[in-house]
Design a binder for this molecule. Structure first.
Ligand SMILES: *Cc1c(COP(=O)(O)O)cnc(C)c1O
Length: 234
């Protein structure tokens, strides 16, 4: 087994163990393999090892990888996990299965406009700033409570759930609190949003904290570094 394949197997095992410990099915958790640290050939090897949900945090890097001949024909679903600038929406949407970081009404509106007329709605997640860190992107929980009734106004998108990032400095306890806050917010918002909106996904957890995120209900974990340990360029 290549080291990329064995890293992937190890991460999948850790996901399964964390899911079972939480009384959940491992199949309810999607692993998004974050490829921002490596080039197209390592990424292609990860796909061959069985990880076809891939995440990039910068739009340009997503464009480049999605167009690379080693990846173009593979059955990859791309996730944009970082910030999306409004001037990059048009070029990014056709390549992206799920936009994780929709962090303002303005961006939501821009995506909705760009997706109008598409055969299927653009899937996206609303990013929530759960740590109260003012440097971070995302809706505050209060802003989202206020905005919730309007989420049905955007007909060309499908708002699939919520996403958050724990603060880097905060350590395990604060990460777990941020994940619990996102889960509680999901439960609180669901009755406030129109019936057409189902907030079913919780995208939370990275290499250092995905087990805690799974314990708190993550349905998607975004894992980079743990997949690239010992890999050149990783
Ligand atoms: C880079 C990144 C990840 C992956 O982080 P690792 O700690 O390398 O697993 C997850 N989510 C976002 C938004 C990122 O930018």
């Amino acid at each position: 087994m290549s080291s990329i394949a064995s890293n992937l197997a190890r991460v999948q095992d850790r996901i399964a163990i964390a899911a079972e410990a939480a009384g959940r099915s491992p199949s309810d958790i999607t692993l998004v393999g974050v490829t921002k640290y490596v080039g197209a050939s390592e990424t292609a090897e990860l796909v061959r090892a069985g990880c076809t949900e891939l995440g990039e945090s910068r739009p340009q890097q997503l464009w480049e990888k999605a167009a690379d001949e080693q990846l173009r024909s593979a059955a990859v679903r791309w996730h944009l996990i970082g910030h999306l600038q409004r001037n990059k929406v048009n070029r990014t949407l056709p390549l992206t299965a799920l936009v994780h970081g929709v962090d303002s009404p303005r961006l939501l509106k821009a995506i909705n406009t760009a997706a109008a007329g598409n055969p299927t709605p653009q899937q996206l997640l609303l990013e929530v700033n759960c740590s109260g860190d003012s440097e971070k992107h995302g809706f505050t929980p209060d802003a989202l409570r206020e905005f919730a009734p309007q989420l049905g106004d955007y007909q060309a998108v499908e708002i699939c759930g919520l996403m958050t990032m724990a603060s880097r400095e905060g350590g395990e306890k604060s990460a777990r609190e941020a994940f619990a806050l996102l889960r509680d917010l999901q439960g609180e918002l669901q009755p406030l949003v129109p019936d057409s909106v189902k907030l079913r996904e919780l995208s939370m957890g990275m290499s250092g904290d995905f087990e805690a995120a799974i314990a708190e209900g993550a349905t998607m974990v975004r894992v980079g570094s743990a997949l690239w340990e010992g890999i050149r360029g990783g």
